[in-house]
Design a protein around this ligand. Structure first.
Ligand code: ACO
Length: 271
């Protein structure tokens, strides 16, 4: 029997947790075992003091080839509805955890990203990919609709016509196209990807962590609110953040106004 824990690996270095899909021989397809291991890894890393940013990447040539068609679909369906619902809960569960993660998260898409992979892709706050990567809603190619949130992700990130084309045609697009369409922030040659992601992570590490969590949640939340609801939510979110971090923003103001040691328009205050 496969050891759940081999399917996911992580290491923490200089404030960054590098979390990896680790089934390269299966193109990092998400099996139930991998989904359980991911939830455990996210749990283990979330509140560690030495983790300021989490990067999700893949071992080998793939980020993730989506759900494991054998272990996630065919084998769980043998157990009827309860098998299906259990495995859905395990996958949706860690994507949801990731969407609302305490720390900023970055998808570093090194290769294939298909179908169910759009769940964790969207769950990460930022996404950078290799030009060599390929993204696709391949569900239509084997006869299902893009479920598990994949259709929602396409509609959230892409204009209507592109979302419809992407979902109906099942044609993979390369990294550069994914960046042009808005599936990721940026695409670059694979050889440059890790350095760029490290630089972004280091910049995030310099920011006030309470403000970062409040900010990332706000960006996800306000999309479905009216302007007035958003204004109200943001007032309360800032007040809640203040209660956990009374000193941070005062220090930020002090260093700018009194000490004149930095300019908030150009970078972060010295924590
Ligand atoms: N589920 C189960 N096994 C998979 C998956 C998957 N999603 N993807 C790859 N594998 C397995 C293959 O069956 C193969 O196993 P084997 O060595 O035991 O035969 C192994 O991984 C290597 O796969 P290859 O196809 O040989 O690798 P290649 O690099 O040539 O192609 C590619 C990679 C394009 C990703 C191809 O494997 C593929 O099309 N995979 C399926 C992608 C997909 O449509 N995923 C489902 C999306 S829909 C959803 O997630 C709901």
């Amino acid at each position: 029997m496969a050891n759940d824990h081999d399917t996911v690996v992580y290491e923490v270095s200089n404030g960054i947790a590098w979390l990896k899909f680790n089934r390269p021989e299966k193109r990092n397809a998400m099996s139930p075992a991998l989904n359980r291991a991911m939830m455990e890894a996210l749990d283990a890393l979330e509140f560690r003091d030495d983790v300021g940013v989490l990067v999700l990447t893949g071992e080998g040539t793939s980020w993730t080839a989506g759900m494991d068609l054998k272990e996630y679909f065919r084998e769980t369906e043998k157990d009827g509805l309860k098998g299906v619902r259990k495995s859905q809960r395990e996958s949706y569960g860690w994507w949801r955890r990731l969407r609302w993660y305490q720390k900023p998260t970055i998808a570093m898409v090194n290769g294939w990203c298909f179908g169910g992979g759009y769940g964790p892709l969207f769950a990460c706050d930022l996404a950078f990919c290799a030009d060599e990567a390929k993204f696709g809603l391949s569900e239509i190619n084997w006869g299902i609709l893009p479920g598990g949130g994949a259709t929602k992700v396409a509609v959230e990130l892409l204009p209507f016509r592109k979302a419809m084309y992407h979902a109906m045609l099942g044609e993979p697009i390369d990294g550069k196209t994914a960046a042009e369409w808005g599936l990721v922030n940026e695409s670059m040659p694979l050889a440059a990807l890790k350095d760029r992601v490290t630089a972004v992570a280091q910049t995030l590490l310099q920011k006030n962590p309470v403000a970062l969590k409040a900010t990332k949640d706000a960006v996800r939340r306000v999309g479905v609110m009216t302007y007035d609801e958003a204004e109200d939510y943001l007032v309360r979110a800032q007040e809640a953040a203040n209660s956990y971090d009374n000193e941070g923003r005062k220090e930020g103001i002090r260093q700018f106004i009194d000490e004149k040691s930095y300019k908030p328009g150009l970078g972060a205050y010295d924590k």
